[in-house]
Design a protein around this ligand. Sequence first.
Ligand SMILES: *[C@@H]1O[C@H](CO)[C@@H](O)[C@H](O)[C@H]1NC(C)=O
Ligand SMILES: *[C@@H]1O[C@H](CO)[C@@H](O)[C@H](O)[C@H]1NC(C)=O
Ligand SMILES: *[C@@H]1O[C@H](CO)[C@@H](O)[C@H](O)[C@H]1NC(C)=O
Length: 432
Amino acid sequence: MDRVWPIFQPIFSGKWPRKTVQVLIAAISWVVFLVLDFLDIVLCVFFRIVDEYIEGNAKECYCHSRGEKRESEGSETLRGRKNLLREMGFLGFPRKLEGLKENGGGKVVVANRWSDCGCETCVSWMNNGDQRLHVIVKEPSKATFEYGCSGNSTENVIFLHGFLSSSSLWTELVFPYLSESTNRNYRLFAVDLLGFGRSPKPRDCLYTLRDHMEMIEKSVIGPNDLGSFHLVAHSMGSVIALALAAKYSKSVKSITLIAPPYFPSPRGDASLTALGRFAERKIWPPLLFGSAFMSWYEHLSRCVCFIICRNHRAWEWILKLLARKRDLHFLVMDLTRHTHQSAWHSMHNVLCGGAKSMDEYLDVLNGSEAKVHIMHGTRDQLVPPECSFSIKMKVPRAQLNILPDSDHITVMLDREKNFTQDLERIWASISS
Ligand SMILES: *[C@@H]1O[C@H](CO)[C@@H](O)[C@H](O)[C@H]1NC(C)=O
Ligand SMILES: *[C@@H]1O[C@H](CO)[C@@H](O)[C@H](O)[C@H]1NC(C)=O
Ligand SMILES: *[C@@H]1O[C@H](CO)[C@@H](O)[C@H](O)[C@H]1NC(C)=O
């Protein structure tokens, strides 16, 4: 990562005193984020005008209901984010939302927003009538039926991916490396979460934890009548997995969390603590800056989605050309398979909003029979390994696997075989 910014080398290579560097970063960060605060206000006005012009109905944003202690479904981080300029009363635009709502009722709602991609893959969910999640199911191989009576019953595993990812995470990193006996005895469900991959991305949904859970129930647990299952989840998926494990505490046989975000907050402001931790307003390290940029600025992040996601086909073409490859890495492709609505709200309502309920879920898990495994890379910059230690404090019987030199992704990537074997061992330890 340092190689990307050679001009900053002297600053970050330790030639300057640590204290000076920290003060410098803090000062630059303050200025940069002040500029971003300003840009977000400008874009708020811009998007309102363009939305009204194109769609005849500007969608409510979270800029204008700041500070209101309105009881609503969404996470408090949506309204509680601070914009320095707005705090100073600078550029406060009053908004006549009521009028818009009245008008909105009679308008024809276009299928996807003008700022979202309308390509065939992105809107494929609109064509099939039932709005279920896109799920890749790997059925146990035929041999199971022959041996069916010999006692081995099929086990189910549900895989939940993290933010800006999809079921490919599992179909690429786990499915090809499964052993013969797993292929015979396990039914695997790799889910595209609501708003990601090829799953529905409704524009009026708030993508709350409850929305995500209901869709998984409707698309996987219900239709397949799963009496028992294992859960495997990466990053943001862990929050949903823990919610499921709490609700189906009798059915979950094992839960494997990979880099789970859990930020205990004794003061009871879990959502804002979570936001402050994984999206700290700092320009360094770059990953943190990217994360802060995308989670503090509703309109700037919409701009990024507009430029990248809406034009993902063009970007993919350019990247393929530059890399001289026929196929792009699935992780790169997955980065664009969402809408601003789905990513922005999942970030706030699941990652931050869900943080409020994590203690409750972990208490239920602690009291349940399910096996609990956690994997975390020591070099994870997005979700620090302390998160996993904190879970271990809440659920002492959890098995912790800390991987040196792994980060948020390489905790699975580049060790696919070992990772898959780890999972198989976890599942087998229950059935035997
Ligand atoms: C049945 O399960 C056991 C233990 O999981 C495994 O060793 C064996 O290979 C399985 N038998 C078949 C026919 O899949
Ligand atoms: C978790 O469960 C164990 C055993 O049931 C119990 O002794 C312990 O107090 C619980 N831990 C917490 C943090 O609730
Ligand atoms: C995978 O596991 C084997 C043996 O268990 C070990 O020798 C090897 O270093 C591991 N590979 C990785 C990439 O962790």
